[in-house]
Ligand binder design. Structure first.
Ligand code: HPA
Ligand code: ZN
Length: 330
């Protein structure tokens, strides 16, 4: 329909994309074979059949197992390159991608290998397609704050080399029981060093986690944030500050955060004046990249063209690029 064509034609920015979550089963198999990694599946179809999640943790178990096939700089390049091809096909012009170094350093992969492969793909895409990219290093919240500090210290020698890409620090993995304030010190260090800050909050965790991400960690965007709706005072605060929420509709559906897309609160939050954006989260696992997320949401919630345009604009507005670059886009 014309509505779907309108979505496909919209220039988009993606602000919530875990690069490890863009690992398609075909590439997972190819890398497993090349690197001699044993996968608990015989075929690509078996992998896809396993993507039937009941909650965040049931997904994370497969996501971390899958990431074990990533070993060389070329593997991280291939992963990122494949994501960028999908993004370009969806008319995504800018991505600020998350990566989880601890998932790789725990397996003996040097953090420099992770940075190098991802960065080479982003820089190549900038040169060949004018595709704009950023990197947000995420700490795994199920691990200790000490481990996060060690990771930040290991990455810091790379900062100058990747200054054109590495702009931010984030927080992901198992939310409930691992509140933002567990990472207060490491976020304070990162903030003092001039990093832009984000955190997953209010995906499965309560509104109190959104409050502490804002007040304790002092993040500039909330990743997910859909449970904010349970707290009217928080909703008012998000609306007044235009605090961006990077919402991931197909993810929410696959991880049973919502039962049916028609129940999703994205449209209500948008219509309440919040700075809502649409993102794909872990597209290889959740059944769709950016356009699929926009289309599923627009169809279920009857979003109009003005609303779709607002969602796309919100993402450029909420991005961590220079004011000059924003002017070009907006
Ligand atoms: N939530 C928390 N951690 C994650 C996610 C998510 O949606 N995706 C990858 N790691
Ligand atoms: Zn996420």
């Amino acid at each position: 329909t014309t509505h779907h064509d309108f979505i496909r034609g919209l220039p988009k920015a993606e602000l919530h994309l875990h690069i490890e979550g863009s690992l398609e089963p075909e590439l997972m198999f190819a890398l497993a074979q090349k690197n001699g990694v044993q996968l608990p599946y015989a075929t690509v179809d078996e992998v896809r059949a396993a993507y039937d999640f009941e909650d965040l943790q049931s997904f994370l178990n497969l996501y971390y197992a899958g990431a074990a096939v990533l070993q060389t700089e070329q593997d991280f390049f291939d992963l990122t390159h494949a994501y960028i091809q999908r993004a370009l096909a969806d008319n995504v012009r800018h991505v600020e991608l998350f990566f989880d170094p601890q998932t790789h350093t725990a397996r003996g992969i040097p953090i420099a290998t992770v940075f190098a492969g991802i960065a080479r793909a982003l820089r190549e895409a900038r040169t060949s397609h004018g595709f704009s990219g950023g990197m947000i290093l995420c700490f795994l919240r199920h691990l200790s704050e000490e481990d996060a500090i060690t990771t930040l210290e290991a990455a810091l020698p790379l900062r100058d080399q990747y200054a054109d890409l590495w702009t931010g620090i984030g927080l992901d993995s198992a939310e409930v029981g691992n509140p933002p304030e567990k990472f207060a010190h490491v976020f304070a260090i990162a903030q003092a060093m001039g990093f832009r800050l984000v955190a997953h909050a209010g995906e499965e965790g309560p509104p109190a986690y959104i409050h502490s991400a804002l007040d304790v960690l002092q993040v500039e965007r909330i990743d997910h944030g859909v449970r904010a709706e349970e707290d009217p005072a928080l909703m008012a605060k998000l609306q007044q500050s235009r605090m961006p929420l990077t919402v991931c509709p197909l993810s929410n559906l696959k991880l049973c955060v919502v039962k049916d897309m028609r129940d999703h609160n994205l449209a209500r939050m948008l219509r309440a004046g919040l700075c809502v954006t649409i993102n794909s989260d872990d597209p290889a696992y959740f059944g769709g990249y950016m356009n699929a997320n926009y289309i599923a949401t627009a169809d279920a919630l009857q979003l109009g063209k003005e609303e779709l345009l607002q969602l796309a604009r919100n993402a450029f507005e909420a991005s961590f690029v220079t004011p000059e670059q924003k002017q070009v886009w907006l």
